[in-house]
Design a protein around this ligand. Sequence first.
Ligand SMILES: [Zn+2]
Length: 320
Amino acid sequence: MRLSDFAANAGVKKELMQAMENRSVPHAIIIEGESGCGKKTLAGIIAQYAVCSSDAERPCGVCPHCIKAEKGIHPDIFIADGTQTGGLNIEAIRNIRSSAYIKPNEAGCKAYLLFNCDKMLMPAQNAFLKVLEEPPENVMFIMTVSSSASLLQTVRSRSRIISLYPPDVDEAVEVLKNKLPDRDENELYAAAKSCGGNIGQTIELLERGGEEEKKLAAEIMKAAALSAEYPLMLLTNQAVKNRAFAAGVLNGLSELSAECVRAVFGAKDASDTAKELASRFSKRRLLKLQENIQRAKDVLNYNVNMNFYGTWLCAVLRMN
Ligand SMILES: [Zn+2]
């Protein structure tokens, strides 16, 4: 993938493109941003730049190095992942450190991708700092993290920090049309909107089918019927683990509450679950709940802090 194909983040792309043209990309880069906004994709592009052998634009996408990099089989691109057990512990970092001083296998430069550095512990970060302080020649380190604040100031100060943001919804839909050509554009738009334009989270939402979300929505309805704060709080906290998941749960709540309303007004085809759930609410409360769920969906479309949102959602769903 070439940098120009990377979605949104025009300022970041312009600066990086300039640096790539001048062959002056920093040897240590931290890419920060919420999950699904393209951190790994961008890290991959920079790694490809590092190994590319083109005399002109890098990454060129056509040299043998670029082709191997795109297939994920380049021997000079190394990946360590903090979400895997021991992926970024002190031992893993020491191994990276000692191998970094060995010459590249095939390319002119080596690239180390350190994914999900969010929970990298102090000793590991300190070990990593040593290699940043005396960087070997022709080696690049690219880290990804939700927020660079999780990293030591000393690591941050020796790296270039790149902050990524999701594109606006229309731009996200354009990218999604290419990635998911079988999907209807309206469906893509609705999903992208509920994920605040975050492409990765939108794909996750569309591909997962929402079974888990529907199950949680049913549990939330039961807890809302009891108006019990603590159990409801536990459930709404589960619902807000990320924007896409929260959007899926709210969609589940919308559908379920609408079916309950139909059941309460005597619709014969309402499911047994809906009839049973509806019997726990008064008509007035059910209509109010439906209104509040819609309000919660509207609020989610703003860039809300998900931790506060969980607490707020609990209060809104308890309201009579
Ligand atoms: Zn190339």
